[in-house]
Design a protein around this ligand. Structure first.
Ligand SMILES: *Cc1c(COP(=O)(O)O)cnc(C)c1O
Ligand code: SF4
Length: 342
């Protein structure tokens, strides 16, 4: 365990980040798991290290290797296998990058890479191999974004992504957000973040004041894959966002042995709604190197989805989508009545 000195200058959430688990051995001991087969996990962690916040780790069941939250973050040997059809940039982001840190793939909205940092490393992440070095929210990047917007007047929405945009300090985030807020062309600012889930303390008063100060519509898209991720602290953080008028949406990835069954995904939808959040996208796994062991057969995904449609009110059924290169929007996967792909 890392002990750090608490100073009043560092906000709690940043202190919490400094004490996140980065070492497999320590995490497994905390979870009361036998550490005998560690070597296997260590090898997989060498180029995408383990990173788990304490807040998230506390939601993992003790002494259970199959816990759905643990499986999302624990490096394993399967990641080192290569599989046909799995790439390092499966969604073609490098190709769609118009200017450093700006991805303009779809009409009317640009995605901005604000930082490469995350508070947690999800083993299935499609950005795990993305080259981030030249992308960060500094003054020159902000000038670049403004220039890009001026040259592309049809863009009315900016999506802050990463990594995780809320990994920026309150002051850096405020600077970026206000610069976008002051741009007349922009109608909506969207933030794609996992921090309300994995580090709910990140939703600070300062951040809420920044978001509230804008006259733009603010959308926060969180990322939860299982209802066990949504504890009381997460619910309070989301309520705080809702109370300042933010629209809250969630995206989920279908992950083998974690949520690839109807009961898990329907409970996730109903729990999200209790947390003031609507299910937005249900993503089929992106075929990124090292993630093949999370993939679910597409016919199985279709039958799970057809069953969700039968059991849930329409507004709690997320859109089932796949990210494809060279398309003008994310591809909806259609199913017929029997759950067969059409
Ligand atoms: C998913 C995505 C968006 C947003 O798409 P929506 O369908 O509006 O949620 C924008 N840009 C990129 C590069 C994306 O991958
Ligand atoms: S970008 Fe999102 S999915 Fe990828 S590691 Fe970071 S938090 Fe996880």
């Amino acid at each position: 365990m890392i002990h750090i000195e608490k100073t009043s200058l560092i906000p709690n959430w940043q202190q919490e980040l400094q004490s996140a688990f980065t070492d497999i051995d320590t995490l497994l001991r905390f979870l009361k798991l036998d550490t005998q087969e560690l070597a296997e996990h260590y090898r997989a962690a060498s180029d995408f290290p383990l990173l788990v916040t304490r807040s998230y780790a506390e939601r993992i069941k003790k002494a259970d290797w199959n816990d759905p939250l643990l499986l999302q973050v624990l490096p394993c040997l399967d990641e080192l296998e290569t599989h046909e059809g799995y790439l390092s940039d499966p969604v073609g982001d490098a190709q769609a990058s118009k200017s450093p840190g700006i991805i303009h793939k779809y009409h009317g909205r640009i995605l901005v890479i604000t930082t490469g940092a995350c508070a947690i490393h999800c083993r299935y992440c499609f950005r795990r191999e993305f080259p981030y070095s030249d992308n960060s929210a500094n003054r020159s990047q902000i000038a670049n974004i403004q220039q890009y917007l001026a040259e592309n007047p049809d863009v009315t929405e900016v999506i802050l992504s990463g990594g995780d945009p809320l990994m920026l300090s309150d002051s850096k985030f405020q600077y970026l957000f206000e610069s976008l807020s002051n741009n007349k062309q922009i109608q909506r600012i969207r933030i794609h973040t996992r921090l309300p889930i994995v580090l709910p303390n990140r939703i600070t008063k300062h951040l809420l004041a920044t978001l509230k100060s804008s006259r733009k519509k603010v959308v926060v898209v969180i990322h939860a894959n299982h209802s066990n991720e949504l504890n009381d602290e997460v619910e309070s953080a989301l309520l705080a966002l809702k109370n300042i008028g933010v629209t809250l949406l969630n995206q989920t990835v279908v992950l083998k042995n974690i949520n690839n069954n109807t009961p898990t995904l329907t409970s996730l939808s109903t729990r999200l709604f209790e947390c003031h959040t609507l299910p937005y996208y249900l993503h089929v796994l992106d075929k990124v190197n090292g993630a093949a062991h999370f993939d679910t057969d597409i016919q199985h995904v279709h039958s799970i989805y057809a069953e969700m449609q039968k059991q849930l009110p329409g507004y709690l059924v997320p859109k089932l989508v796949r990210e494809e290169q060279g398309k003008s929007h994310k591809s909806m996967l259609q199913t017929n009545y029997w759950g067969i792909n059409i």
